[in-house]
Design a protein. Structure first.
Length: 257
């Protein structure tokens, strides 16, 4: 089986920067042996990372080609699922992920409620979603690819207060929040989207990335990404410590007692 460091999304800025911000959260330090449900996992980068930490992961997605990649390459358990209309696997799960999903939903409150129903009593629900705070939020580059295909957004993002209220109204107590993806990482992410969409009219799903891995530009990205990731990590630490608002919410909570 391949390592997570060989996963194509390892050099995807949106995915990698969020994982860098998430991976040292307290509830992931003891994830070994815990059950995890990754809702709308895509190609399952977070699922693979958590599996390597010893978690028992079930990755779900609407796209079978993404799930096939996870199964065939990493041996993970998968289930095809539409998170809005499908029946969720029976829990309880110690950790449920909804990463870059909420902005695509017509009824995010319903999905939060369904996720809560299969969350263990002391489990954690983790959400990442675009933020409406911070600089350069409403730009053409930010919205690239958001109007069609698998990346179609129902909304540009959420405010911090909206997310806190959504959690509260759906039986969840917020236990932590932070921002991620600040200026340099966001601008670089917009640049890579522009390059990809100039070659491909539509982004049908994360598995589309597999065909791009053979390109010269992807190989260059792979070679320089360790340096870029170091720069983005320094930016994240500095700007978060300064109290700046980023382009992505990371919010987590537990069921009401």
């Amino acid at each position: 089986m391949k390592s997570s460091h060989e996963h194509p999304m390892h050099v995807n800025t949106n995915t990698r920067v969020r994982w860098n911000a998430i991976r040292r959260l307290d509830f992931l330090l003891n994830i070994n042996g815990k059950s995890v449900l990754d809702l709308a996992s895509g190609m399952g980068y977070f699922s693979v990372q958590l599996s390597e930490l010893g978690a028992k992961v079930l990755a779900t997605d609407i796209h079978e080609n993404s799930l096939a990649y996870i199964r065939d390459t990493y041996g993970l358990t998968t289930q095809q699922l539409n998170v809005e209309s499908g029946e969720y696997p029976q829990g309880p799960f110690d950790l449920i992920l909804l990463c870059e999903v909420m902005e695509h939903l017509t009824d995010p409150a319903s999905v939060l409620s369904k996720a809560r129903a299969v969350l263990a009593q002391d489990g954690v629900l983790l959400v990442t979603t675009p933020a409406l705070e911070g600089a350069f939020i409403h730009t053409a580059g930010k919205e690239l690819g958001h109007h069609h295909g698998a990346e179609k957004h129902e909304r540009n993002g959420f405010s911090r207060d909206e997310l806190f209220n959504l959690f509260k109204k759906n039986g969840l107590t917020v236990t932590g929040h932070r921002y991620a993806i600040f200026y340099l990482s966001e601008l670089f992410m917009q640049l890579t989207k522009l390059v990809y969409l100039r070659r491909n009219e539509e982004y049908a799903g994360q598995a589309d990335i597999l065909s791009a891995t053979r390109s010269v530009s992807f190989k260059i990205l792979w070679a320089i990404y360790p340096l870029l990731n170091a720069i983005f990590s320094i930016e994240e630490k500095l700007l978060r410590n300064l109290g700046c608002k980023g382009h992505c919410h990371i919010i987590w909570g537990r069921r009401h007692a």
